[in-house]
Design a protein. Sequence first.
Length: 422
Amino acid sequence: MSKDFAAVREFALSGGGRLFVAPTNARDLVIVEGSVRGGPNLVPRSERVLPALAAALLDAGTTSRSKNEIRDGLAARGISLEFGSSGDRTRFSGRCFPEDLPRLLNVMCECLNEASFPETEVKTAKALALGALADERSDTRAQAERAFAALLYDASHVNYRPSVPEEEHEVRAASRGKIRGFASTLGRTGLMIAVVGDVVAAPVHAAVTKAFARLDNRILAVPPKKMNRKQAQQQERHIELNDKANVDVLLGAALPVTITHVQYHALRVVAEMLGGGFTAHLMQTLRQRDGLTYGVYARLAGFDDGADGYLKVWASFSPARFAESVALLRKEVDLFFSKGLTELALVQTQERLVGSYLVSLSTTESLALALHCIGQQARELSYLSDFPDIIRAVTRADLHAAVALIPIDKLALVAAGTIGKS
């Protein structure tokens, strides 16, 4: 560990868990980011909505307290608490005054272990989920993202997204019994938790150990992720949505790579060079030179929990110039891969990546998220300080090796919006 992160401590927890404690200069503030094993990747395909519904209901009443008693009690102390679910895990996050950390941890565990899932609250959660899906039908970005995942991945892959009607059917079929059944699998096995802020390591370790001892040490198996079986192909899908001011466009491909691949960090640099910010290739051409869009970005995505992810380029274009814009987007992506991997661009991108990384860790919340991510990705704590050196070590030869993993001539494209006007 470098001296910048020397104060960060790691503790091993029972059930293979990990606790990270990071004292910072924040006064009177503690941030908690954590998760336990159990998420949509670990349930049958037709029940992948259950973890999200369960997470929405964990603080909606327990066997000993009502929803109002839980939420009003937290609010009276200025404590916030949220639950969520994605990938292999059910997540929890909260913030509080230092003296209230044991209280926050105890409520987290009470909700994880004793949630009662009142029938009226289940109906409300399902109605909210269906409402969000109804809104998604007219959301150009959401429609593009869902269709893009379905183009890139086979239906059994964890990154595949079902259609809105299919997911609506799953929500309607989710009963209280099924939601409770999923919640009953949550325990302290694989617990990952980061506590950051105005804290002292030893008392935090004691408080976390005591609170989470309430959870059963359930063994929830995580099967190996199956690599994508769908072959890359150049294809294009248009989703027509009436009366939209912009067309959301996604261009990219699935990659035969996980975060453990030797070229993963080189791929991150490539994506940053292509569309990582205002000085990246696509912003300098499509926005600054051509004035075709206010925003165009490239990102790696879908690598959580050991999955093989994908490269995506997102842009928003005017319907009137859609065909022209898409043609230029494809042209500039091709030009970047053939001529844009220069030494100067590499060095500038490396410094931008490292700088933004270090700045992000200057906030308590971002540091907590980064530490939790280290646990989730099964990385060593030293990765926190090693990341800048890893990025700076990427060479042009690494860039070309990384680009060889991208099926450049078989990029898929999805567009959602009022395309008929183009």
